[in-house]
Design a protein around this ligand. Structure first.
Ligand SMILES: Cc1cc2nc3c(=O)[nH]c(=O)nc-3n(C[C@H](O)[C@H](O)[C@H](O)COP(=O)(O)OP(=O)(O)OC[C@H]3O[C@@H](n4cnc5c(N)ncnc54)[C@H](O)[C@@H]3O)c2cc1C
Ligand SMILES: *[C@@H]1O[C@H](CO)[C@@H](O)[C@H](O)[C@H]1NC(C)=O
Ligand SMILES: *[C@@H]1O[C@H](CO)[C@@H](O)[C@H](O)[C@H]1NC(C)=O
Ligand SMILES: *[C@@H]1O[C@H](CO)[C@@H](O)[C@H](O)[C@H]1NC(C)=O
Length: 547
């Protein structure tokens, strides 16, 4: 067994330099690596959901808006080069290839209201783009309609009295964490710095989720613009059911122009009060161990200060498909506590261990981006309990959280990983990378959501589960999925069903997977949508989750 603890493998052995889609001036991803991942649908089926309104309705909305001097309206003829860079500012080539009639860049909520009124009056198709990281073809751009691009709305404010931060939709999480850390706090947001605020609307999984809930559970107030262009302030006093619907409602409940999020005490960048980093294995048995240990972690009685994300899969390095597993794991506490909770992971043979004391800001910057904006990607996901026989014995309260599980029980999660391997082997030639990723959702995370006023996801209480994601990422400069690959990919969804009663995680599914239908609050969510948007304008004119 050889274990090194040099700075995590990083750029050199893996993919090289990450090219960012739309880099905010201060964002630079240094570790290129693989990790995260997620997924989607064919353009064809993606477009099946919205009414194909005639192009002229988009052109009409654009022409109305272009007369208003306070709004930036880019069209292919008015400003071809700005239009073209705005069109391709997303992270997924599946969406960057779409050509909106115009791309509008609001600066204020009043602008968004004006824009939405023009769209509504013209019956135009439309789309909203914040961080541009969706895996869903057609969800953050539109062919022949109006694309609302939030890149100019990047306001941030900290309210010490209320312990909240206010975030405009154009910020990325890395920027939000930088601005928050100065005050010793962080809201719940993404685990990769480039991801945008749309994450909140799909539920959201943060490094802080085990302590405080899904990222959306941190939402205390949203300023939204309705399909008719009305501006509403939604909080637990003005409209508790609408607030609940926004938490997981995937952008169906208005365009959010400001998120007010709970700010949690994570420490400033000078406070190294977290411990952790990454464990990497390039060895298939080590990767299998990562998967089954992650399942044991899910089955072990909850310690909310412990958080992890495991990814195992295939990455092409200079044309050679290479197995790669990485677990990112952190403990809010000391090295001793970390070692005690994660000792099984630390003992994975031949793993490369890179762990150390960290500030929260550093922990949140550990998970790398994974691939580039020239690689098309699709996701699929599911939700599974651990094998019940793993959950047998509760921890005695005096003992620190050491996994006490039946080590010999066959692993359900490993069985799933084994089901995915033949797909990887068969399609290794066209795949740039593909990863099976596991995020544990443990009992405290579930409970915190209910304590914070409940979300739309509303999972069953009292038992931990995982959300898994399988991402298929093509090689560079490709923007379509070969038919046979797609057929096999979609078959993985039906071959690997989720446990009954568990919700799907909207941010990490395929467009063919109807996450809303799996929510505990599904019937109420449908009713709330009817109240909110009686003519069903957004469902008819904007791609997105279906009811
Ligand atoms: C590399 C990578 C890492 C990721 N890591 C995580 C993670 O750690 N945790 C996690 O939960 N998810 C993660 N995701 C998934 C991510 O959260 C979702 O893809 C999310 O939808 C991205 O939001 P965005 O603003 O970047 O994307 P966009 O593509 O701009 O938006 C996503 C969706 O939200 C809608 N939307 C965006 N902004 C608004 C708004 N203001 N009002 C109304 N609707 C809006 C869009 O129309 C679109 O349907 C990751 C994705 C990638 C590619
Ligand atoms: C132009 O947009 C602004 C909002 O940005 C709005 O207040 C104003 O009424 C609009 N003007 C017209 C003529 O629609
Ligand atoms: C956060 O701040 C650090 C230090 O100033 C900087 O290096 C980094 O690029 C910033 N990250 C983002 C995403 O803004
Ligand atoms: C769970 O573990 C039991 C007992 O060890 C085993 O019989 C069963 O096959 C396992 N289930 C799965 C789905 O692996």
């Amino acid at each position: 067994m050889s274990r090194r603890s040099d700075p995590l493998v990083s750029c050199s052995i893996l993919t090289g330099v990450v090219r960012e889609p739309n880099p905010a001036p201060t964002m630079r991803c240094c570790t290129t690596w693989i990790s995260i991942i997620m997924l989607t649908v064919t353009l064809a089926s993606g477009f099946g959901t919205a009414t194909a309104a005639p192009l002229s309705s988009g052109a009409a909305a654009c022409s109305t808006l272009s007369t208003n001097s306070s709004i930036t309206v880019l069209t292919p003829t008015s400003d071809p080069s700005s239009y073209s860079s705005a069109k391709t500012s997303g992270f997924n080539p599946l969406n960057n290839k779409l050509s909106p009639s115009c791309i509008v860049r609001p600066s204020t909520t009043a602008d968004v209201s004006t824009i939405m009124k023009a769209i509504f009056t013209s019956n135009s198709p439309y789309a909203v783009r914040s961080g541009g990281h969706t895996g869903m073809a057609g969800w953050d751009s539109v062919e022949g309609g109006v694309l609302i691009d939030f890149s100019k709305m990047t306001g941030f404010a900290f309210d010490a009295g209320a312990s909240t931060v206010s975030v405009e939709p154009g910020l990325r999480w890395g920027e939000v964490y930088n601005l928050s850390a100065v005050h010793g706090v962080a809201p719940m947001g993404g685990r990769v710095s480039h991801v945008g605020t749309g994450l909140i609307l799909g539920g959201g999984l943060s490094l802080l989720s085990p302590l405080y809930g899904y990222a959306c559970d941190g939402l205390v107030e949203a300023e939204i613009v309705s399909p008719e262009g009305n501006v509403l302030t939604v909080n637990k006093d003005t409209n508790p059911t609408l607030l609940r619907a926004i938490k997981g409602g995937g952008g169906r409940f208005g365009i959010v122009t400001k998120y007010t999020l709970r700010a949690f005490p994570t420490g400033t960048n000078d406070e190294k009060n977290w411990y952790g980093g990454s464990i990497t294995s390039l060895d298939p048995p080590g990767m299998d161990a990562m998967v089954s240990l992650t399942e044991k972690f899910v089955a072990t009685p909850d310690d909310p200060k412990a958080t992890l994300l495991s990814n195992v899969g295939l990455l092409k390095i200079q044309g050679v498909p290479t197995w790669l597993g990485s677990t990112f794991l952190f403990y809010k506490g000391t090295k001793e506590e970390f070692d005690s909770v994660f000792r099984d992971f630390l003992a994975i043979p031949a793993a490369i261990v890179d762990v150390k004391p960290l500030s929260y800001l550093e922990a949140a910057a550990t998970t790398p981006l994974g691939w580039t904006s020239t690689q098309a990607y699709k996701w699929m996901g599911g939700s599974l309990y651990p094998n019940a026989s793993l959950t047998a014995r509760p921890l005695p309260s005096v003992v620190p959280a050491i996994p006490i599980v039946n080590a010999d029980a066959p692993s359900t999660y490993l069985a799933l990983w084994n089901n995915l391997k033949p797909f990887l082997a068969k399609h290794a030639d066209v795949i740039g990378s593909a990863f099976f990723s596991i995020t544990p959702v443990r009992t405290n995370q579930i409970e915190q959501g209910y304590l914070a006023g409940s979300n739309a996801i509303s999972p069953p209480r009292g038992r931990s589960y995982m959300h898994w994601l399988f991402s298929t990422i093509l090689e560079e400069n490709t923007d379509s999925f070969p038919e046979d690959l797609e057929k096999d990919r979609l078959k993985l969804i039906s071959d690997n069903p989720s446990d009954k009663g568990l919700p799907l995680f909207l941010n990490e599914v395929d467009v063919s997977q109807d996450a809303f239908k799996t929510y505990g609050w599904y019937e109420e969510l449908k009713q709330e949508y009817k109240r909110f948007d009686p003519s069903g304008f957004s469902v008819k004119h904007q791609q997105g989750p279906k009811f």
